[in-house]
Design a protein around this ligand. Structure first.
Ligand SMILES: Cc1cc2nc3c(=O)[nH]c(=O)nc-3n(C[C@H](O)[C@H](O)[C@H](O)COP(=O)(O)OP(=O)(O)OC[C@H]3O[C@@H](n4cnc5c(N)ncnc54)[C@H](O)[C@@H]3O)c2cc1C
Length: 373
């Protein structure tokens, strides 16, 4: 009898898992991939895609249908919709489809790969809604970046550094670009913080330390950014980059972390959701040991392997992380900062070659032709 694996989320974790399972051509296995968008989105390049003319839409948005259509038609189904509820006892998930109707999907194995979203819902650093909404979001910010004379980037984590770096590289000589940092060092005091701040300085980005955004108000086409030190910055373009919220609202609370700031999914060493037999999770929805691309890749591969093993009546194996822990942050189109395994400094040119030169856009091909898995 055909077994059904439902995968929720059509991004880096979900599509990778789907490829890994479909490539095995396991008999009598059907994969249902549920995605809010018709398209896969390479969010790692979003920081440069807000600069007009730098990245083509089709380089970072690719149809999921193209990715799956290389497999026999009876082995997969793409459902465009959003998971709104999950019942791990009755083994069903509820999907709200684009016409607002609900479809109930029964499963034998379920993979949670719904990732995490930006705390500011109108920012493109992660996928915003469906394909049209995501692409419009990028285009709107790109259009505003052209006309803005003053731009504020809030949050000096890696996304904030990369956004400020891209803006500084393109507009540092002609526009005022301000990066807000809540602490006294960027990147939360990471050991490459000073190098990142120095690189931003070369691109004429001004860093304001020790300030948080208290509120923002729109004012005649501009934004007033009220800071914790009492100062108000009036800016043409405000780009918040702080905070990632796991997309777990559809999952019963007992399977989630109790941390109110990060309601991620609780998994065991096999990446199986705690206290379940047939529910798995990978990527930013887990956010352990942290939210990251290489971690997501390894987790997706492990989940696919374990789903396949369990379906074959075998034991799952313990999931392993990447062999090298790389932190790489592009700062503009020519430079970057990074470390390997926490302490081996990567020269700027190495970060540029590994990440900053292309923001890994060529990797999109692997997610579409399946070679990623
Ligand atoms: C700007 C930026 C740069 C980055 N650069 C790096 C880097 O250089 N190196 C690195 O290691 N990591 C990097 N990361 C982290 C990396 O992007 C994430 O680890 C990765 O995207 C995780 O993939 P994911 O599929 O788990 O989650 P996501 O990318 O968050 O995708 C989740 C998917 O699920 C969908 N979804 C959400 N809710 C539902 C629902 N209810 N039903 C159905 N679908 C749903 C979403 O629309 C989305 O398509 C970066 C992140 C950002 C924001």
């Amino acid at each position: 009898m055909t077994k059904t694996v439902v995968i929720l989320g059509g991004s880096l974790a979900g599509l990778h898992t789907a490829h890994a399972l479909l490539k095995k051509r396991v008999r009598d296995l059907k994969i249902i991939l549920v995605s809010k968008s018709t398209h896969f989105y390479w969010n790692l390049a979003s920081v440069r895609a807000i600069i007009p003319g730098q990245i083509k839409d089709e380089d970072i948005f690719q149809p999921l249908q193209t990715a799956l259509s290389r497999y026999p038609a009876e082995s997969w189904e793409l459902v465009i919709g959003s998971a709104t509820a999950a019942d791990f006892d009755s083994k069903t998930v509820e999907i709200q489809l684009s016409d607002k109707s609900t479809r109930t999907l029964p499963y034998d194995q379920l993979v949670l790969a719904t990732g995490a979203r930006c705390a500011s819902s109108d920012m493109p650093w992660k996928a915003v809604g469906n394909y049209d909404e995501a692409i419009n979001c990028l285009h709107e910010i790109a259009a505003k970046a052209v006309t803005a004379q003053h731009i504020v980037v809030a949050g000096a984590g890696s996304t904030g550094i990369e956004v400020a770096g891209e803006l500084g590289y393109e507009y540092g000589k002609t526009k005022e670009i301000v990066l807000l940092c809540s602490g006294d060092k960027v990147l939360g005091g990471h050991n490459v913080a000073a190098a990142a701040a120095s690189e931003l300085g070369k691109l004429n980005v001004t860093i304001k330390y020790g300030v948080r955004v208290q509120e923002t108000k729109t004012n005649q086409g501009k934004t007033d950014v009220v800071l914790s030190n009492g100062e108000t910055l009036r800016t043409d373009l405000y780009l918040p980059t702080t905070g990632l919220i796991p997309n777990t609202e559809y999952i019963p609370a007992k399977y989630l972390s109790a941390d109110p700031n990060c309601r991620s999914v609780l998994v065991d060493e096999y990446l199986r959701v705690q206290d379940t037999q047939n529910v798995w999770a990978c990527g930013d929805v887990v956010s352990k040991p942290r939210a990251g691309f290489f971690i997501t890749q390894k987790q997706a591969a492990s989940v696919a392997k374990n789903v396949e093993a369990v379906l074959a009546g075998m034991q799952p194996t313990i999931a392993k992380g990447p062999p090298v822990d790389i932190f790489a942050c592009a700062v503009g189109r020519e430079r970057g900062v990074g470390r390997m395994n926490g302490w081996i400094k990567m020269p700027s040119v190495m970060v540029w070659a590994a990440k900053g030169r292309t923001l890994a856009v060529p990797m999109v091909k692997g997610y579409i032709d399946g070679s990623v898995a």
